[in-house]
Design a protein around this ligand. Structure first.
Ligand SMILES: NC(=O)c1ccc[n+]([C@@H]2O[C@H](COP(=O)([O-])OP(=O)(O)OC[C@H]3O[C@@H](n4cnc5c(N)ncnc54)[C@H](OP(=O)(O)O)[C@@H]3O)[C@@H](O)[C@H]2O)c1
Length: 347
């Protein structure tokens, strides 16, 4: 039984929206034998968190739900039968707590962290089953490590687990947000050639510093799919990380190489889109949905991150007291990489 008392929790209220978030107190949960208690050190924001906090469509949670899927913390208590973890281990929770291994099923993905049915990590302490967390690479800062559970794993699953990219392959990445920059980094460490789209010349220049030389401003180059074809000698790209969704998928099909793969990840341009399916057939192109990833994928990703000493791109770290400002910055879309929040704690 824990004796830690109360903790502060951010809840979504009936008002929804960023201003509808409120701070309340709850009891720190008591552990059962196979559980661990994690004290959160940092969290990171995803586009999805806005959909949940605003209560949009299928993302709408009941009032009282704690938002955010991505956080990293320190184990401060372990249940009596916990075997793989110990006090002071630094861990992150799984986006899909029930997806440990193997292919996706509806059972494995029905209850995501910080979603309509399960509280997330915008709280001081979170209780997890031992196998619902993974240890994070020790050289990363808490804010860097807090970016891994959703954005990084989604990019990893799309490109490495499903896409099996390798030197000689070309990858088109849309934007410079969280998923996009992890996709860029994983492509680069795999030796693939990257073409990156952004609305901002300044962000494209920063992407150049990552090692990407084929850059397109999609606001200025309105027909970016033609520019992609030109850059690839008319062939198109082998893999497209589809961040935008909606009608943008049709444009991606135009930019796809024969036998290419579009990883359908994002919904920024809407949940529905009109596509000309006849363009896919002569290319034998594929469009494959991606849903974050499993625990075993997370472990493999952490191995690669550690081997390459990769550092996630962190746009800014806000204090917890500025959570609403951080969410507003995410909403405005001017960020480059991940927006993180650091827990304020009297050490
Ligand atoms: N399926 C999954 O498992 C999964 C997992 C994670 C995220 N997602 C989804 O993926 C999307 C991105 O998430 P995120 O957290 O990475 O978002 P984010 O950090 O807010 O990044 C969004 C970025 O998209 C770029 N963008 C917007 N419109 C664009 C366009 N027309 N063409 C090219 N780029 C465009 C912008 O880049 P610039 O500012 O450079 O223009 C923007 O920064 C969201 O829809 C999210 O819900 C899905």
């Amino acid at each position: 039984m824990t004796t830690l008392g109360n903790m502060k929790v951010h809840e979504i209220t009936r008002d929804y929206g960023i201003d509808g978030l409120s701070i309340t107190e709850r009891n720190i949960p008591s552990l059962s034998a196979r559980q661990v208690l994690v004290r959160l050190d940092a969290v990171s924001l995803n586009y999805r968190d806005l959909l949940i906090i605003k209560g949009i469509g299928r993302w709408r949670p009941p009032a009282g739900r704690v938002p955010l899927s991505d956080g990293v913390g320190t184990i401060v208590e372990t249940g009596s039968e916990v075997q793989q973890l110990t006090l002071n281990d630094r861990v992150a929770g799984l986006f899909f707590p029930n997806w440990k291994e193997g292919a996706v099923t509806t059972e494995k993905t029905h209850d995501p962290l910080g979603g309509p049915t399960r509280d997330g990590v915008l709280q001081e302490y979170v209780m997890f089953e031992e196998d619902q967390v993974v240890k994070v690479p020790s050289y990363l800062t808490p804010a860097e490590a807090a970016t891994l559970p959703c954005a990084a794993l989604t990019a990893w699953n799309a490109l490495i687990e499903k896409g099996k990219i390798h030197p000689g392959k070309t990858v088109l990445i849309q934007g410079t947000g969280g998923v996009a920059l992890f996709a860029a980094q994983f492509s680069l460490i795999s030796g693939a050639q990257v073409i990156l789209l952004s609305s901002s010349d300044e962000k494209l220049e920063r992407a150049r510093e990552l090692g990407i030389s084929q850059l397109i401003n999609y606001k200025k180059t309105v027909n970016w799919e033609k520019a992609v074809l030109d850059m690839t000698g008319g062939k198109g790209v082998d893999h497209i990380v589809e961040i935008v969704g909606g009608n943008n998928v049709d444009r991606s099909i135009s930019a796809l190489a024969p036998n290419g793969l579009i990883s359908q990840i994002g919904v920024i341009d809407g949940l529905k889109g009109e596509i000309e399916i006849s363009k896919l057939m002569p290319k034998e192109g594929m469009v494959q949905g991606v849903q974050v990833g499993s625990r075993e994928m997370f472990l493999r990703m952490n191995q690669a991150i550690t081997l390459t000493q990769l550092h996630p791109v962190v746009h800014k770290i806000y204090p917890l007291s500025a959570i609403k400002e951080a969410l507003t910055e995410l909403e405005q879309g001017n960020h480059y990489g991940k927006i993180c929040i650091s827990a304020e704690r009297n050490q």
